[in-house]
Design a protein around this ligand. Structure first.
Ligand code: GTQ
Length: 347
């Protein structure tokens, strides 16, 4: 591989082939086929208390209807201007004020919502509404109509996670408006959770979707499950007690492009160093702790959001109480393509 500045003869050659839209691999190979992941994604942390005022201020600047989605995008500091929080994923904080509606639309990007603040606003997906509470993980499957509204008396803020950069890379984006603010509802509230999320499935159920038919995984259920499992005290040295959200139809991740997890770190637990190729976005739901990523240490508490880049060594500590972390990444894509790797530091 060429490492030095090319001589005049080579430069002249590159210029001549450049006219034919060609370039020599040996000048770029090192940056293309790297020996291990070298991501422009940087570790980053957003303290919710620092950014909440800006989210609310956006509510005075523009309505949810005018904005279509009134969101402040969380941009990775290593990739400013690219509307992404990791290489493949987008995240933003969406605000809906009392009485507002974010008009119905659909797109080929998959979206998740993780509720940060407020309760009682709804998301409607494919003919059904769900009321949202803090800690709920809510799915908008690709190409399904979805709209949001807030009939409560307080602002509601949630984290949007979408596979926008991934879909952009594939040039596979389609989007269209519904044509009315709110879609027509065809099923009662919480029907999907009862039908598909209760350890039951309709007999003869055949899915046509790559996404879980359960579109709200309520925090109350998730938290209760973690609390019960905690009694067994079988902590994974790297993860504490970490569960993945699954599609009850096939046991796969709940969404085709994004894996979602909920993790409990018991009070006093310090995890062993770990890394994996899926850059991961974390949201603290409860408790306080620290995550060391590379050279940095992040102190986090409830509603704080932080990013661990691909292949960055990291470990977590829960200091004062049990801590609960929600997280998501592009792991399903990497696993389906045979690319996902993980490494645990030898004890
Ligand atoms: O709610 O449909 O944060 O389409 C970005 C794009 C939210 C949404 C975002 C979107 C949405």
């Amino acid at each position: 591989m060429a490492t030095e500045t090319p001589n005049a003869e080579r430069l002249a050659f590159y210029e001549r082939i450049g006219k034919h839209d060609m370039t020599p691999l040996w000048e770029v190979m090192q940056g293309l086929v790297v020996p291990e992941p070298k991501s422009p994604c940087l570790p980053a942390l957003w303290h919710y208390d620092d950014i909440r005022p800006y989210v609310l201020e956006a509510g005075e600047l523009i309505t949810a209807k005018e904005a279509e989605r009134r969101v402040l995008v969380l941009e990775n500091p290593g990739m400013r201007g690219e509307s992404r929080i990791t290489r493949t994923l987008y995240a933003g904080l969406q605000l809906i004020l009392p009485g507002e509606v974010a008009p119905s639309h659909r797109h080929t990007q998959s979206a998740l919502r993780f509720v940060i603040e407020g309760r009682g606003a709804y998301t409607a997906v494919d003919g059904e509404r769900t009321l949202m509470e803090p800690g709920d993980f809510v799915i908008m499957p690709q190409w399904t109509w979805h709209d949001h509204g807030n009939e409560s008396d307080a602002p509601m803020v949630w984290l949007d996670g979408l596979d926008i950069p991934l879909v952009q890379l594939l040039d596979a984006s389609f989007a269209e408006p519904y044509g009315a603010d709110e879609q027509i509802l065809t099923r009662p509230e919480e029907d999907a959770l009862a039908r598909y999320g209760s350890g039951l499935l309709p007999v003869d159920y055949e899915t046509r979707s790559v996404t879980s038919p359960v579109f709200n995984y309520p925090y109350a259920r998730t938290r209760e499950a973690l609390e019960t499992m905690k009694r067994a005290e079988a902590w994974d040295p790297c993860h504490g007690l970490k569960m993945k959200y699954v599609n009850p139809v096939n046991g796969d991740y709940a969404m085709p492009t994004m894996a979602t997890f909920m993790q409990l770190l018991p009070k006093g637990f310090e995890s062993s160093p770990y890394r994996s190729t899926d850059g991961t976005i974390y949201v603290c739901v409860e408790g306080r702790g620290q995550t060391a990523v590379g050279e940095q240490t992040f102190d986090w508490g409830p509603r704080d959001i932080f990013v661990v880049p691909s292949w960055a060594w990291h470990h977590h500590v829960a200091r004062t109480d049990d801590a609960v972390l929600f997280s998501f990444s592009d792991r399903p894509v990497q696993q389906k393509l045979g690319l996902w790797r993980e490494e645990r530091q030898a004890a």
